[in-house]
Design a protein around this ligand. Structure first.
Ligand SMILES: Nc1ncnc2c1ncn2[C@@H]1O[C@H](COP(=O)(O)OP(=O)(O)OP(=O)(O)O)[C@@H](O)[C@H]1O
Length: 296
């Protein structure tokens, strides 16, 4: 059984201005224990895929299975944590009520509901506002409430549609740390983001879609390891051939993998300090090249 299994998913939105093919035969799967970043430009079809997985939309063709069950069955969602893009929470409720009702809906009862909700409101940094009404909370606080609601389930699968949106830099770091912890404890993570660095640090694998079609699917480590050129930066008083000044006493150069040992030895010889050696192309480069090729 797979956590997520999508086969030939197709969805057309009919509109007066013309039909929009939001998904055009998308297939992929997510194994238990995987952490997958789902990326693509605005309008690529990410949220549409997730909405179909959670039964909020029906596909025109293809199949979507969540936890081994067809996604239109409510049973498929039991015990699965989900935070949609711009979560809508009843604004008469309080964060505590939202988290507690979510837990009850997923079968938790009694003390466990009280304990878990208190723990996760605290961990998401909104314990201080736990009993205020949602309508009086900021966007970031609402997002934190929705995240607390999903994490509190200690789900086998956690699906987050742009989990960092609406959060300040400190909030982003806190949520990234929680996602990392969840992943290290064996959780299955599937998240949409525009922040490619989050995929590089939080995912084992990424799936890229563009205009409703799957464009690339690869492990992050493989992508980075396949790079032939490495960017080397060092701090030193002496310039080495091939290196250009990067401000003050900083020097940088793109060095072929096979020339790396010599470059590092040269830096040492001139008493420089190597600052970093990083693959030149990143997920960002790949992303841009896919988008550019299709646009031209
Ligand atoms: N309810 C709808 N009615 C008509 N068109 C829609 C509807 N929902 C989505 N679309 C269109 O389907 C396409 C895919 O949208 P989707 O929201 O899945 O993209 P996305 O990858 O999640 O984008 P973003 O990164 O901006 O959230 C877009 O062209 C969008 O305008």
């Amino acid at each position: 059984m797979k956590a997520i299994d999508v086969e030939g998913l197709t969805k057309v939105f009919r509109a007066r201005a013309g039909d929009v093919k939001a998904l055009n035969g998308v297939s992929f799967s997510v194994e238990f224990g995987d952490s997958v970043g789902f990326i693509g430009q605005n309008g690529a079809g990410k949220s549409t895929t997730i909405k179909i997985l959670f039964g909020a939309l029906t596909a025109d063709a293809g199949e979507a299975r969540l936890m081994g069950l067809p996604s239109d069955q409510a049973r498929a969602r039991k015990g699965v944590g989900y935070v949609p893009e711009n979560p809508y929470l009843y604004d008469q409720l309080t964060p505590r009520e939202v988290v507690q009702s979510g837990l009850r809906l997923h079968g938790f009862r009694g003390e466990e509901v009280i304990k878990r909700s208190a723990e996760w409101l605290e961990r998401l940094g909104i314990a201080y506002a736990a009993d205020k009404r949602i309508r009086n909370l900021s966007k970031g606080m609402t997002q934190r409430t929705a995240l607390a609601h999903a994490f509190a389930l200690r789900p086998k699968l956690l699906v987050l549609d742009e989990p960092m949106s609406g959060l300040d830099p400190v909030g982003r770091k806190e949520v990234a740390d929680l996602m990392q912890e969840y992943r290290q404890q064996g959780g299955t993570l599937f998240f949409c983001t525009h922040i490619l660095h989050d995929v590089e640090r939080l995912a084992d694998r990424f799936i890229m879609i563009d205009r409703g079609k799957l464009e690339a699917q690869q492990s992050v480590a493989e992508l980075l390891a396949a790079q032939e050129l490495m960017v080397v930066r060092y701090l030193g008083e002496q310039a080495l051939p091939g290196f250009e000044n990067d401000g003050g006493s900083l020097w940088r150069a793109a060095v072929a993998r096979e020339d790396l040992p010599k470059a590092l030895a040269d830096i040492q010889r001139v008493q420089g300090v190597t600052l970093d050696v990083l693959p030149q192309a990143s997920l960002e480069g790949l992303f841009e090249s896919v988008v550019k090729v299709k646009a031209s």
